[in-house]
Structures are given as C-alpha cells and as structure tokens.
Design a protein around this ligand. Sequence first.
Ligand SMILES: Nc1ncnc2c1ncn2[C@@H]1O[C@H](COP(=O)(O)OP(=O)(O)O)[C@@H](O)[C@H]1O
Ligand SMILES: [Mg+2]
Length: 242
Amino acid sequence: MSILEAQNLFKTFHKPGSQAEGVAAIRGIDLAVNVGEFVAITGASGSGKSTLLHMLGGITRPSSGRVLLEGVDLAGLDDDALALVRRRRIGFVFQRYNLLPELSLLENVALPLVLDGTSERACEQAATAALEAVGMAHRAGHRPDALSGGEQQRGAIARALVTGPAIVLADEPTGALDSANAQRVIELLQRLVTDRGQTVVLVTHDAATAAAAGRTVRVRDGLIESDSHPVQGMPTTKALGS
Ligand SMILES: Nc1ncnc2c1ncn2[C@@H]1O[C@H](COP(=O)(O)OP(=O)(O)O)[C@@H](O)[C@H]1O
Ligand SMILES: [Mg+2]
C-alpha cells in the first residue's frame, strides 16, 4: 500500500518581483512509496533532490501537482494544519542535525511532543524510547555540543521518530559525517526499516549511501531518470481525465 504519493509535481522558483522565467527545479514527477520501503533519491548536485524531498514533507508547497500522505492531500491543508501533519506524521532529518544547543538531548528529542501539548511524563517516556531505538539513551542528559557529529545525528533521528511518524525523510543525513559515522547512521536507518517497518526516504548524492536502500530513484534536471523498483500509485487526476 502506498503511504506517500507525488502526482505530476512541479516546482519553479521565482525571484520576488522579477519577470524572469524562474528556475524550474522539479518538472513533472510522479512517485509512490510503499509502507516499509527504504528509498534513496539520488542524483547530481542541483538536480532537484532537496526540492523534491521538501515538497514530499510539506516544507515547500509545489507550484502544481499533488502530494498525498496517508491519503491526505497536503495542498488542501492551510499552514496550521500542514504544520501539524509535519510535526505528527513526518520525521525530518537534515544534514546539519539542527539540535537546539541549550537543551539536553532528551529535551531535544521530546520537543515535537512538547510542542504538541503532550504530558511531561509521556514526553519523557517516548523520548527515552526513541533514544534507546538509536542507541543513545546513555547520552540523554548531555547537551548537543558534548556529542560527536554522529551522535548528534542519531539524536536527530530519535527526534524524527518520537511521534511515531508515517515516514522519515532524510536530506543528506551523512553529508557532514566521516565515513565510519556515516556507516553507523545508514545502518541505523536500515534497522529502523527492517526491525520496525519504518518507511524511510533518504536523499543522497553518494552512490554507496544510496546502495544501502532497497530502492534507488535517480533524479536529473528535475525529472526522474530511473527507478530501480517503481511502485504503481493511484491514477493521477490527469489520467482520470479531469
Ligand atoms: N529557494 C530557492 N530559490 C531559488 N532557486 C532554488 C531554491 N532552492 C533550490 N533552487 C534551485 O533549484 C534547483 C534544484 O535545487 P535542489 O533541490 O537544492 O538540488 P539538490 O538537492 O539536488 O542539490 C537548483 O538549480 C537550485 O539552485
Ligand atoms: Mg540538496
């Protein structure tokens, strides 16, 4: 069953106030992701990987086309509703871990739940469980600057998992790590997929990292150039003739 679908997705960036044509970053992408898949989106720098991932995760609104997460059309949501879906159903992991320096690792991981008004006790329990899942429970009380890059990224992955999201989206999560730490982060993502059935979509320009995923989608100039294991999505509105 597909959990995430992009249908006929386009994104053009315009300079504010400019009459120029703009940058066509994504130029018509259809992509369906099944529950429990580990998908790598790969391609050269500037090919549109991050723009695509940000649209899949409701961070960037498409110029046209639809993104369906668990059957919900993200374009149909206002900003507040979209923020809720992002917080509750999507776990985002960035190249720079984006942990807040003044909070402990446990507090960082709990943050999405705290923002959601979850009770203190439930926040702590869920954050501890998420830290255990990434092998970082022993560092719960440390501030981010006391942790290595690899440890911070594992913490950021715990934060992405804490709400029990439908999907984890990761943009170059190993891009700032040395090869040993990169390998650990990739193995961790693999384990989340195989042991917990977590759906993961990862962006990387690195072929070795992409090879860790079960499926590789190659993007070039804003289009899908190849897909090792394409998934049949729902018929697009275009195909339905409306
Ligand atoms: N906010 C933006 N404003 C203008 N152009 C952008 C913006 N974000 C990305 N682009 C352009 O869109 C294209 C795709 O960028 P991006 O999705 O970041 O590629 P990748 O992640 O594959 O390196 C590039 O030409 C980039 O310069
Ligand atoms: Mg990018």
